[in-house]
Ligand binder design. Structure first.
Ligand SMILES: Nc1nc2c(ncn2[C@@H]2O[C@H](COP(=O)(O)OP(=O)(O)OP(=O)(O)O)[C@@H](O)[C@H]2O)c(=O)[nH]1
Ligand SMILES: [Mg+2]
Length: 477
């Protein structure tokens, strides 16, 4: 895609998801957008339609003439006549029954009447070009559309609301003022008039550098942060891990059988709970393995645990003394690798009496690990899942908020530029600390920092940057 900077010609696209639905929406934006509907839209109140000066909804009929004859479609037309629209220019949304054929026919007519098909992200591009959004916010629009869970949505909404933009805009104004003072001083260099003291200059440069360094650190954390937590199910063969995996993942994905060693490799499934998303990993049963493939497999599991945020160690109810001992030993090995663990008794329906869970461990292991949270579940009897969910939520907690301010794509785009800003501010500050350095040299670095902040916000942009950002959008947004 190459960026089209012309904003006059109306563009149009289907703005509702493809496929049948109760309602569908066609969006049209352009300076003379009203004329696209001339002669085939018949508003219930023509006077209001023709003279309306504020954003209003206009019910009416769309008359289409196609091969099959005349078609009258009942529509609601939302019309923003001037700049106060999403795109910052006149905008129309046609709301009509969501039949794909009907929407296609209407869109075809819109194109015949002078609009051209919108490119991916072109509505948001126009909003950006009209100054309605900066580049960080344009990316946030995409982040909102693509959000896969509550946390990602919150991050995108924060960025759309101007979280980072606000900080950078204030910084940019401050640096512009500094530059203006420095340059004003340069004009009066002969008279020795100073518009800003060196100390004030140093302090403000230092504050700016600190702010940008902090943003850079957050962007860096965002780049490293795994978006989702990893929860690993482990335990002896036949402990009921795969059965539990299927129950928690709400999918019959893992093979389950009474045979030991059913799961040979690991399986991953993303689990979405209200406000919490994590990757659940089912692993092969642990065995005491001294050598060979089993030892290698065990090593692989250890590495997996080191990457995990939570280990759920599954111990089946009713193990004999020998298995209970080996379960205890392997659990000790596994939990030493994991950052946190839950000890889970599975198949509690097999329990002969109503012993509480911690008593089971107390019996099988004298040095019972009381520091681990203990929970019991039965997939068969569907019991214990509330407690297990509580325990998982407790351990995963909320993701770090600092990194949560940045959308991944924004962090990726801005990291290098933020580094340039820090370096330029650093140079400017060092120069300012040298008594003999002239203001003109400080101004050079300050200008460089300003340019780069402008690139992040999209005040300064190239086709290439816009291409990269907007080509990721879908059509209609
Ligand atoms: N009574 C009872 N049996 C269960 C329960 N959960 C699993 N099982 C049975 O336990 C056996 C082993 O289950 P799996 O889920 O395959 O165990 P696993 O830990 O994945 O086993 P491996 O993959 O071999 O390590 C199967 O026959 C399951 O039906 C439960 O809650 N109650
Ligand atoms: Mg299994």
């Amino acid at each position: 895609m190459s960026v089209d900077f012309s904003v006059d010609q109306p563009i149009a696209a289907l703005a509702s998801p493809p496929g049948g639905a109760a309602r569908g929406m066609v969006r049209i934006s352009g300076t003379q957008v009203r004329h696209v509907l001339d002669h085939w839209f018949h508003p219930d109140d023509p006077e209001r339609w023709n003279k309306g000066r504020t954003a209003t909804m206009h019910p009416g009929l769309l008359r289409l003439v196609d091969g099959a004859g005349d078609l009258s479609i009942s529509v609601q037309v939302l019309f923003w006549p001037h700049r106060r629209s999403y795109t910052g220019q006149p905008l129309i949304e046609l709301h009509l029954p969501g039949s794909p054929c009907l929407l296609e026919a209407v869109l075809g007519e819109v194109y015949r009447r002078g609009a051209r098909p919108a490119r991916p992200g072109e509505f948001t591009l126009r909003a950006f070009l009209a100054g309605k959004l900066d580049l960080l916010q344009a990316e946030a629009v995409l982040g909102v559309i693509d959000a896969r869970d509550h946390q990602e949505l919150q991050t995108a909404l924060g960025q759309l609301a101007g979280g980072i933009s606000h900080k950078l805009t204030l910084l940019r104004h401050d640096l512009l003022e500094l530059l203006a003072d420095l340059e004003a001083g340069l004009d009066f260099i002969e008279e020795d008039i100073e518009f800003i003291s060196r100390q004030n200059l140093i302090d403000r440069l230092s504050d700016a550098r600190e702010l940008v360094s902090d943003l850079l650190a957050q962007a860096g954390e965002r780049m490293q942060a795994r978006v989702r937590s990893q929860v690993v199910l482990a335990g002896l063969p036949n402990a009921g891990k795969s059965t539990l995996f299927n129950r928690l993942a709400q999918a019959a994905k893992a093979l389950v059988s009474p045979e030991q060693g059913t799961t040979r490799d690991f399986l991953t499934q993303t689990v979405h709970w209200n406000q919490l998303t994590f990757d659940l990993i089912d692993t092969a049963g642990w065995e005491n393995a001294a050598s060979g493939i089993a030892a290698a497999a065990q090593q692989q599991r250890v590495e997996q645990l080191q990457r995990a945020d939570l280990l759920i160690w599954c111990t089946a109810e009713g193990l004999d003394q020998l298995d209970a001992q080996s379960d205890q030993n392997l659990f000790a090995t596994a939990s030493a690798q994991a950052s946190t663990s839950i000890r889970l008794v599975t198949k509690t329906d097999l329990r002969p009496d109503s012993r509480p869970v911690h008593k089971i461990f107390a019996q099988t292991a004298p040095d019972s690990p009381s520091q681990f949270q203990m929970v019991g579940v039965s997939v068969l009897a569907e019991t214990g899942f509330d407690k297990l969910e509580q325990a998982i939520r407790h351990h995963l907690g909320s993701p770090p908020l600092r990194a949560g301010q940045w959308l991944g794509m924004t962090a990726a785009r801005c990291q290098e530029t933020l580094e340039c800003v820090v370096r330029a501010l650093d140079r400017a500050e060092s120069a300012a600390r040298e008594i003999n350095t002239g203001d003109e040299l400080i101004a050079v670095d300050l200008r460089e920092a300003l340019d780069q902040v402008g690139v992040i916000l999209g005040v300064i942009y190239t086709d290439d940057i816009l291409d990269r950002v907007f080509s990721k959008f879908c059509i209609g947004k």
